[in-house]
Design a protein around this ligand. Structure first.
Ligand SMILES: [Zn+2]
Length: 90
């Protein structure tokens, strides 16, 4: 009689423990998903910025700013379609 009661108590404690663990896990997963979403937004935002076309200073062809070679100067940024054009300038 007493041992059954003890087992019941033990099972109850175990169930509570498992539920708490699941709740904590869910919280952790939500946090991780939030981080992933934030990271993905950042990447997509960068890609949106990369869709902008810039003109090569040497040959005049247009390239996506994500693929352009940009040299940050003190006043203006100089963009080139490739390192080849950058070499031609120098
Ligand atoms: Zn070029």
């Amino acid at each position: 009689m007493f041992s059954k009661c003890l087992i019941g108590l033990f099972l109850f404690a175990f169930v509570v423990y498992v539920l708490k663990a699941i709740a904590r896990l869910r919280f952790f997963i939500n946090g991780t998903m939030g981080d992933v979403r934030r990271l993905r937004d950042q990447v997509q935002g960068r890609r949106d910025g990369g869709a902008e076309m810039v003109r090569c200073r040497v040959c005049g062809s247009f390239v996506a700013s994500s693929e352009a070679v940009t040299i940050r100067g003190p006043r203006t940024n100089e963009t080139f379609c490739s390192t080849e054009c950058l070499k031609n300038l120098r």
